[in-house]
Design a binder for this molecule. Sequence first.
Ligand code: PLP
Length: 446
Amino acid sequence: MTAHAFAAESRRDNVPDAFWMPFTPMRAFRQAPLLFERAEGMHYITPDGRRVLDGMAGLWCVNAGHGQAKITEAIRAAAGRLDFVSSFKMSHPDAQAYAARLCDFAPEGIDHVFFVNSGSEAVDTALKIARAYHQARGQAGRTKLIGRAKGYHGMGWGGLSVSGIGRHKAAFGPLLPDVAHLPLPYDRATMAFSRGRPEGGLAAAEALETLLQIHDPATVAAVIVEPVTGSGGVYPPPKGYLECLRAICDRHGILLIFDEVITGFGRLGSPFAAQAYGVRPDLMSCAKGMTNGAVPMGGVLVAGHVYEAFMAGPPEAIELLHGYTYSAHPLACAAGLATLDVFAEQDILGSLAKVLPLWEERAHRLKGAAHVVDIRTAGLLCAIDLAPRPGADGARGGEANALCLDAGVLVRNAGDTLVLSPPLVIARAEIEEIFAAIERALGRIG
Ligand SMILES: Cc1ncc(COP(=O)(O)O)c(C=O)c1O
């Protein structure tokens, strides 16, 4: 290694693709790089000073808005106090405090949290806890994991295996065996343009019983679903659906995992979807909004009865041989504690409740706009499905996205579906700005 390798200036300044970016078409990005240099409140700011309204809360994570001073200060202070301590057989006060506060924020009966560093790690950890739980109770034959069509559970091998988005798996060869999938509880013919939750949840959830006639229920460890399908296109659960999944899992001794990486931390107007829909899972994966996106962190929230099943062996034995170097990192715990403070002190959920009716009403006013074939909302989430241009799937979504960005509004497109998930501190005028930009864009694309 030469001394130059440590120099501040790279000799390779002309190689703009040194950073191989996630989920990015590298060669297209190189032609037109999109860079944001700063962020404040509802906005990103480009290196040349252009303000862009963030319709995505970063990547579904900056729920309390960018640059929350209390969170920034907490991270700064933590870095000066304790840069790092392992969580293997030792800990630090903020980790203990944050775990307790987080369990208060979670639904009744969720009393423990296992800290990780991302949503993907949270999902893989939840799946491992589910299998290990059954093994600890003498049911080692329960290994099967049931996911759902269009589910997104991150990019670890476990999460990818239970995910329901085929193209994400295509390049990577065999995934976990012992995995099955439920259908998406959605039928455009009967559910398009539903406001809130569509009808038909009980019939949709019966698909689990059907699956359990194929896979012996005594071999199933867990069912994992996003309460509202997020990255797959914002599909709220039909009425009665989650309740019915819960009942079927109970009937067969199967654990129910909610992947709340998107729906957690206020996105649906309650701390978690479990509270918003009144259904309590056994395990919940979370990440993103935990630290307002400011420091990587994830966690698995664990119901008391699951945790207790692990506590039966000799007290000196490690109950769960699992964990990560950066589990409960001091900077992440400080950011997490400050995030909970910000939610309470700024009454983020109270203010959100006041704008949610406008969000839903304004979104659904796009019915009848060019190319729109469905609109779905849940809390401060929205998806707008566009009819694909014949022979060019995804083109309309990409063009609408680009026109919105030109107009100073950042939206996300998953193919021909436009997806919105802004910070929860959005003002009424900003809701109008987002939907007006989309409306104008749709009027301009062929
Ligand atoms: C529901 C859900 N689970 C898991 C993940 C993975 O999270 P991460 O990208 O932090 O690994 C995501 C990311 O978007 C997600 O939406």
